[in-house]
Write a protein that binds this ligand. Sequence first.
Ligand SMILES: [Zn+2]
Ligand SMILES: [Zn+2]
Length: 344
Amino acid sequence: MLAYTYIERGKFELTEKPKPELQGAQDAIVRVTLASICTSDLHIKHGSVPRAVPGITVGHEMVGIVEQVGDGVTAVKPGDRVTVNVETFCGECYFCRHGYVNNCTDEHGGWALGCRIDGGQAAYVRVPYANQGLNRIPDSVSDEQALFVGDILATGYWAARISEIKEEDTVLIIGAGPTGVCTLLCAMLKRPKRLIVCEKSEERRRFVSEHYPDVLLTTPEDCEDFVRRNSDHGGADVVIEVAGAEDTFALAWKMARPNAIVTVVALYDKPQVLPLPDMYGKNLTFKTGGVDGCDCEEILRLIAEGRIDTTPLITHRYPLSDIEAAYRLFENREDGVIKVAIEM
Ligand SMILES: [Zn+2]
Ligand SMILES: [Zn+2]
C-alpha cells in the first residue's frame, strides 16, 4: 500500500509499504477513508518533534472502517465506521482513570500514531488500544463531518471544557487557525455573553466573520483596547490562547481580568516568560497542556445533533497520490487553505 513516510528532517515521501497486521489483542486494523494534514505533521517535518521516528507513516487525524480487530477489542467490530484518536491510552492507569489520558503512563501511551508508530496518511493503519482509540461514527454523520474529532476538535472541546465558561462571560480566543476555530465552536456551546476572536491574518478573520457573524473580531494590535471596550470587568473573564505566536502568551494574560482563567492550548517554539511581579494581585488561574482526548463519543453525538459542524474548515481535497501538492499548499498557506482532506 502507499504510505506517506517521514524519511528524514525536511523530507516526507510517498512510499510502498506492506499492509499493517494485528500485533496484539488490543489492536485494530482500520482502512482509512479520509485523512487530514495537521500542523503537528509539519512540526515533524521541520525536525521539532525529537521523538518522531524516521521511517514511520505520518498522519494522526483520520477516519475509516474497521477491517480487523484483536481478541480483546470489544468497543468496535469489523465494518464499523470510526474516528481515530490522536492519543493512545490504556484506559487503566491512574491518569486514564481520572480522564487525564494525555499523561497515560503506558509505554505506548501518548501521541504515538504518525509520530512513534505508523500513522494514517496511508490506506491502512494499525490502532493500538483500539477500545479507547476508536469511536463509532453515527450513521447520520459523514466522514468529512467526523474528520477532526480525534485531534483538533477534541482539542477545542477539551479547551472549552477546562476553561469553565459561564453565560455571563466574555471569552477571548487568541488565534483563528484550525484549532482556534474548533475551540470557538466548542466555546459557543457554552453560550457565553460575548465571544471575541483575536487573529492577525485578514483571511482568517474573514473566514470567521463569514461563518460566525455573531463573533467579535480584533487584531493583536487593537486587542487591548477592543477587549477593554467589549468586556464588563476590564478584561476577558476567560482567555484561551491557541495561537502560539511570539507575543500571544503575553497578550493572553494581559487581556484577562483579575481572577480570570487563562487556558493555554498553544504549542510554542520557545520558552515563555511568566512575569509574576507584573501580574501580582491579578490572581489568575492558568491551565495549560495537551488535549485529554477522551470526549470523542460526546463530540460525535453533538455533531449528529447538528450542534458542531467543522466541515467549513475543509477548504481543499486531494487524493493520496497527490499528497505532496496538498502539503505544499498547506505548508505555504496558499489559496486560503484552512484544512486539507486526503481521500484514499
Ligand atoms: Zn494534530
Ligand atoms: Zn493509561
